[in-house]
Ligand binder design. Structure first.
Ligand SMILES: Cc1cc2nc3c(=O)[nH]c(=O)nc-3n(C[C@H](O)[C@H](O)[C@H](O)COP(=O)(O)OP(=O)(O)OC[C@H]3O[C@@H](n4cnc5c(N)ncnc54)[C@H](O)[C@@H]3O)c2cc1C
Length: 405
C-alpha cells in the first residue's frame, strides 16, 4: 500500500518524496507532464541548498555545471546596489545556482527515484475525496483511462495547477494586486565584463517602482529575462508578446544596451495574476506544499525555497503521524512555514511601494542592517535571530521610513 501519494514532480514534490522515502515510507509521485518540461523560476536562493543536501541530491546538482550564483544586483536610474550572499547575517550556504528548470527539476526527481520513490509521468489527478480523513484519489492516464488510489496521505505539490485547492474549494484571493510577467530565454551575447554572471540582475523601471525586470544568467550562453508589472503598464505596449517585451525593455536604457545583441532562444510567455492563496494548508489526509498553497511574487526568487521548506516541514510532521504519533499540523507545519512566508510578504510589499529601493540605494547604509536584509534575500527568512524575520513587518517599515528621509 502506498503511504504517501504526491501530486506533482516539481521541487516541492521531489524533495518531499526524498525526505519521506528516507524515513522508510512507500511514496508514489504522479506527474501530469512528461519530464523534462519548461518551468519559469530559474533563480535559486542559497537557503535552498540545505534542503537539496538533506534530500541527498547535492552531488547530482553540483555535477550539472549550472551557473554559480553568489548574490543579487539591483539597478535604478544609474544607481547600483550589490548584495554578496557571503556577507549575510545568517550562517549557512552563501551560494547557489541559476538553473534552467527543465534540467534542474528532472535531476531532482530522478534522484528521488534512485532513492526508491515510484514516479509516473503523464498521469493527472482529476478528483479527490477525504471523507473521514481517508484519501481516495482519481488519476487519469494519457490514454484517457482512470485509476483510483487509496494512500494513507496526500501531499499536493502541483504548483500553479493548484489541484487540491481547486478540488476542495480552498482557493482564496491573494492580497496583492494583479500583476503580470512577460518572459523568455535569449542567447545573450553580452560581452565579457559587461555584467557579473554570478548574480541575478534586477532593474527597476526609471519612472515606476511597480515595474521591474530580471536578467538571470545561465552557464549555457543564455539568460532568462522578464518584465513584471501591473496591467496598465504591460498592456500599453501593442503587438505580439515578443514586441511587447522588447518595447518594455527599450524603456530602460541600461538594459536595452546590455541586451542589444540578444537573439531569441524561446518564445515569449505571459503569466498573469499568478499570486494565489488558500483558506487552509492542511486537512485530514492532506497537506499543500509549495505553490499549490500560496504564491507571493517572483521578485525575490523565493518560490523554490518556500516550496522546499514546506516539503521539509511537512515530511517531518507526516513521518511522525504515520509512525503513530499525535501531531498538530497547524502548530508544526502552517505556523512555522508562515514565519518565512510573512517575512517575504513584507519585503514584497515594500518592494512595490519603493521602500526597499530607498534602503538599497541609501547613501549611508548601516553594514549590520544590510547583512540582515541580505540574509532574507538569500532565503534565510526563518532565522529568528534576524530582527527582520517574522510575522509582521513593523521593523522593516521603520527602516523604510528612516531610509526615505
Ligand atoms: C514570473 C515568475 C517568475 C518566477 N521566478 C522565480 C525565481 O526566479 N526563483 C524561484 O525560486 N521561483 C520563481 N518563481 C516561482 C516558481 O516558479 C515556483 O515557486 C516553483 O516552481 C514552485 O515549485 P512547486 O514544486 O511548488 O511547483 P511546480 O514547480 O510548478 O511543479 C508542479 C508540478 O505539478 C504538476 N501538476 C500540476 N497539476 C497536476 C495534477 N493535477 N496532477 C499531476 N501533476 C500535476 C505540474 O505539471 C508540475 O510539474 C517564479 C514564478 C513566476 C510566476
Amino acid at each position: 500500500m502506498t503511504d504517501v501519494l504526491i501530486i506533482g514532480a516539481g521541487p516541492a514534490g521531489s524533495t518531499a518524496a526524498a525526505f519521506l522515502v528516507q524515513q522508510g515510507f512507500k511514496v508514489l509521485v504522479l506527474e501530469k507532464q512528461r519530464f523534462p518540461r519548461f518551468s519559469v523560476g530559474e533563480s535559486m536562493l542559497p537557503a535552498s541548498m540545505h534542503f537539496i543536501e538533506k534530500a541527498g541530491m547535492m552531488e547530482a546538482v553540483m555535477a550539472a555545471s549550472f551557473q554559480y550564483k553568489d548574490g543579487a544586483v539591483f539597478h535604478h536610474n544609474g544607481k547600483e546596489h550589490v548584495f554578496n550572499f557571503n556577507q549575510k547575517f545568517t550562517p549557512g550556504y552563501g551560494f547557489t545556482f541559476e538553473v534552467p528548470r527543465d534540467t534542474f527539476d528532472k535531476i531532482l526527481i530522478d534522484e528521488a527515484e534512485k532513492q526508491g520513490v515510484e514516479v509516473r509521468y503523464e498521469v493527472e489527478i482529476i478528483a479527490a475525496d477525504f471523507t473521514d480523513g481517508k484519501p481516495v484519489v482519481t488519476a487519469r492516464n494519457k490514454d484517457g483511462s482512470t485509476e483510483v488510489h487509496k494512500p494513507r496521505f496526500v501531499l499536493d505539490a502541483s504548483g500553479f495547477g493548484r489541484t487540491l485547492p481547486r478540488l476542495l474549494n480552498l482557493e482564496k484571493p491573494s492580497d496583492f494586486p494583479v500583476r503580470s510577467a512577460l518572459f523568455t530565454q535569449v542567447y545573450d551575447f553580452i560581452p565579457s565584463g559587461a555584467f557579473d554572471r554570478q548574480k541575478i540582475l534586477v532593474t527597476i523601471h526609471p519612472e515606476r517602482y511597480d515595474v521591474w525586470y530580471w536578467v538571470i544568467p545561465f552557464s549555457n550562453g543564455r539568460v532568462s529575462m522578464g518584465c513584471v508589472g501591473p496591467d496598465d503598464f504591460l498592456q500599453k505596449h501593442q503587438g505580439t508578446p515578443e514586441q511587447r517585451l522588447w518595447a518594455a525593455v527599450a524603456e530602460v536604457p541600461s538594459l536595452k544596451e546590455l541586451l542589444k545583441n540578444a537573439k531569441p532562444a524561446n518564445p515569449v510567455t505571459e503569466a498573469r495574476g499568478y499570486s494565489a492563496n488558500v483558506s487552509s494548508l492542511h486537512g485530514p489526509g492532506w497537506a499543500l506544499l509549495g505553490n499549490a498553497a500560496e504564491f507571493l511574487d517572483p521578485v525575490f526568487s523565493s518560490g523554490v525555497c518556500i516550496a522546499m521548506k514546506s516539503a521539509d516541514l511537512a515530511s517531518d510532521v507526516l513521518g511522525r503521524q504515520l509512525r503513530g504519533e499525535t501531531v498538530d499540523w497547524e502548530k508544526e507545519f502552517s505556523e512555522p512555514l508562515k514565519v518565512g512566508v510573512e517575512t517575504f510578504r513584507g519585503f514584497v510589499e515594500h518592494w512595490y511601494d519603493g521602500g526597499l529601493a530607498a534602503i538599497f540605494f541609501h547613501p549611508n547604509k548601516q553594514e549590520k542592517i544590510q547583512r540582515m536584509i541580505c540574509a532574507v534575500l538569500a532565503g534565510y527568512g526563518w532565522d529568528r535571530n534576524n530582527p527582520y524575520v517574522g510575522v509582521g513587518k513593523r521593523r522593516l517599515t521603520a527602516l523604510v521610513e528612516a531610509s526615505r528621509l
